[in-house]
Design a protein around this ligand. Structure first.
Ligand SMILES: NC(=O)C1=CN([C@@H]2O[C@H](COP(=O)(O)OP(=O)(O)OC[C@H]3O[C@@H](n4cnc5c(N)ncnc54)[C@H](O)[C@@H]3O)[C@@H](O)[C@H]2O)[C@@H](O)CC1
Ligand SMILES: Nc1ncnc2c1ncn2[C@@H]1O[C@H](COP(=O)(O)OP(=O)(O)O)[C@@H](O)[C@H]1O
Ligand SMILES: [K+]
Length: 603
């Protein structure tokens, strides 16, 4: 039985980009999203009237009357000035203008550039469409002097509101030239003539990464009271950034340098910002209030599934190899084998390779060294003394762990008690690790839970019966049969296990469930032919490969998606006779979304 699954109520701009791409992967078009965004902005414009009245009452701005202010104009009875940039924020502005056609007396749209300079297809489509709107007067503004001249010629029209669609979340680098002049014009008209300003998505000139998250670490003042970053002034932050950043945690110092890097003078100051889909992780920072004004959230029709299921947006956030990368830069994975089985660690190693890492090493006991070496020349095999993984191997393997980015342990590891106990002693050395199959046992859960390495990224990848072992360790009751477990109860259990162990949990199944301590997402790629033995080893390898260069949450989500997608591609070729190596061969296909075919099984 499905009900309403609560997702995060507050998201960052980056998270929205991922969700939008997932929605597009589900079949929404970016034109639909832009249409809904512009319609939402147009529908919010009446909020400006209310704010305008408040502003008038609050400020009793006598100066405005002296300068011939337009403050008496109702937004609907006066022309609206819309400033549009060349990206999709400008596209939203064109849609807004079209939707306002019936609401306002007229609109002046200033395109900051020329039609042929518009950067995106959706924005070009909407610009062309806008030319048919009779009450919309479009000006292609090519220079700062033209901006001033055209604006001066319209001043007497009594502009009732300004809509800022100059830059959205694609703004980066330095503000200069025409856009800088346009932002200054908006701020000056707002200040001197009391014209209310509505910003689309984000006040232009503001970069999303300059908004500190609510989750920043608390700062304890010398007086001993606890403050958060949002309580501090930009000047103080700037000082802090230059003097202390060496000693601060990377998270805090990057948050501080982002906030202190922005100059409020080169950002639109809005009375109202209409942003999309959900609230932003925007702390109650006075300086941000002065820039964003009131915030309205406009729904843009993004389906719930775009947040619930892993999709192409998540995949697009993965680390990408840079053009000048050297060997090792794209990640090194270590698979630790236990002894009894050679196939499973080899499958994990080959799958990790398929994700694009540079080096995969398998640490293998003598008993299986030869047979693993024969699987694939690409793998580096390090021989461990003894038939099974044991205490004596720890110093050597610890050094290997230090020289690799991520570890995969568990596939084919075996149930030998001594091996498991020795493996548990490795856990404190893991920086990033995928723990699967035979390693999903109480000794390992205890080692993960007790690890003092707070920054370590652990991922466990159980099927349902392995999850039962994790649940039992955490003192949680789980039905013998997965079908008997209520889906919401299972979500809670997964989050509890994740929190208790401090690990991501990937529960494999027809629909994989991926849990962090506060959220569960789903993956729907994959097919029943994948229940064949060995695909779990492939999955662990894929997740390990992605973990080498990505955060644990992203690696887990994308690992489940890529493994299933590769499995689906393999299934279309070989049907029910699918074997794990077919899945490995299709990993390139899964990453490329079909543009790279991957190998097919040799007959
Ligand atoms: N991604 C989506 O699916 C949706 C995006 N939407 C809108 O699209 C916006 C993001 O669109 P874009 O990514 O096109 O970004 P912007 O609209 O912010 O445009 C950035 C453009 O300006 C250029 N640029 C960046 N920094 C500059 C600088 N310092 N000086 C001069 N030019 C600079 C970039 O090359 C880019 O072409 C969002 O803010 C939102 O308004 C909405 O339509 C809803 C759906
Ligand atoms: N019936 C199914 N439908 C879709 N995907 C499946 C199915 N069975 C297994 N898979 C996928 O195959 C991979 C391996 O899962 P599983 O067979 O449970 O692992 P294990 O080899 O550890 O038993 C996972 O990515 C899982 O999502
Ligand atoms: K904007």
């Amino acid at each position: 039985m499905w009900g309403v699954i609560m997702r995060q109520e507050v998201i960052t701009y980056e998270e929205l980009k991922v969700i939008e791409k997932n929605a597009i992967g589900l079949g929404m078009s970016s034109l639909m999203l832009m249409e809904n965004a512009g319609a939402g902005v147009a529908a919010s414009i009446e909020c400006l009237n209310k704010l305008k009245t408040n502003r008038k009452n609050n400020h009793k701005n006598k100066k405005n009357n002296k300068t011939g202010a337009d403050s008496n104009h109702d937004v609907f009875n006066s022309p609206v000035l819309i400033l549009a940039g060349l990206g999709n924020n400008g596209g939203d502005a064109f849609v807004t203008a079209r939707h306002l056609e019936k609401k306002v007396v007229s609109s002046f749209v200033f395109l900051l550039g020329t039609e042929d300079q518009i950067k995106t297809h959706e924005s070009q489509v909407n610009f062309k469409l806008l030319k048919h709107s009779e009450k919309v007067h479009i000006f292609e503004i090519k220079s700062e002097s033209e901006l001033v001249n055209v604006y001066d010629s319209l001043k007497d029209a009594g502009i009732g509101a300004i809509i800022d669609g100059i830059f959205g979340t694609g703004f980066s680098g330095e503000l200069k030239g025409l856009e800088k002049a346009a932002i200054e014009l908006i701020n000056s008209e707002r200040k001197t003539r009391n014209i209310p300003v509505l910003s689309i998505d984000i006040p232009s000139g503001m970069r999303p990464d300059q908004i500190p998250g609510l989750t920043v670490l608390p700062i304890v003042s010398s007086a001993g009271s606890s403050m958060s970053l949002s309580d501090l002034s930009p000047d103080f932050l700037s000082d802090l950034s230059s003097n202390l950043s060496q000693e601060l945690s990377p998270l805090l110092s990057s948050a501080i340098s982002s906030v202190s890097s922005f100059n409020p003078e080169s950002v639109v100051k809005a009375d109202l910002t209409v942003t999309f889909h959900k609230s932003r992780d925007c702390p109650n920072l006075k300086i941000l209030d002065d820039i964003f004004g009131e915030i309205v959230i406009a729904p843009i029709g993004i389906p719930e599934a775009a947040e619930k299921y892993v999709g192409s947006g998540d995949i697009s956030s993965l680390y990408k190899r840079s053009v000048n990368s050297k060997k090792g830069d794209s990640g090194k994975v270590l698979v630790i084998a236990g002894g009894p089985f050679s196939g499973a660690p080899a499958l994990s190693g080959m799958a990790a390779f398929g994700t694009g890492v540079d080096i995969v090493t398998i640490a293998a006991p003598e008993s299986i060294y030869e047979s693993i070496s024969s699987y694939a020349p690409e793998l580096i095999i390090k021989k461990l003394s003894g038939e099974f993984f044991n205490e004596q191997n720890i110093p050597f393997v610890t050094r290997l762990i230090q020289s690799h980015d991520a570890v995969v342990i568990g596939p084919g590891f075996g149930k030998n008690k001594e091996s498991i106990q020795a493996a548990a002693k490795l856990v404190p050395y893991f920086k990033k690790a995928v723990i699967d199959a035979d390693a999903l046992v109480p000794e390992m859960f205890e080692a993960i839970e007790q690890s003092e390495n707070d920054y370590a990224d652990y991922i466990i990848t159980p099927h349902y019966h392995e999850l039962m072992r994790a649940a039992a360790y955490c003192g949680i009751d789980l039905s013998e049969n997965r079908d008997e477990e209520d889906i919401f109860a299972l979500e809670d259990i997964l989050m509890d296990i994740s929190e208790r162990l401090g690990a991501m949990v990937l529960l494999k199944g027809q629909e994989d469930m991926i849990a962090s301590f506060d959220e569960v997402r789903y993956n729907s790629t994959g097919n029943a032919a994948m229940s064949v033995g060995g695909t779990g080893d492939v999955l662990a390898g894929i997740v390990g490969g992605l973990l080498a260069k990505n955060k644990a949450e992203l690696a887990t989500l994308c690992g489940a998606y890529i493994c299933g997608k590769a499995g689906d591609a393999a299934y279309t070729e070989v049907g029910d006779s699918l074997i794990p190596t077919d899945v490995i061969d299709k990993i390139p296909f899964a990453f490329s979304n079909g543009t790279v075919k991957g190998r097919s099984r040799k007959e």
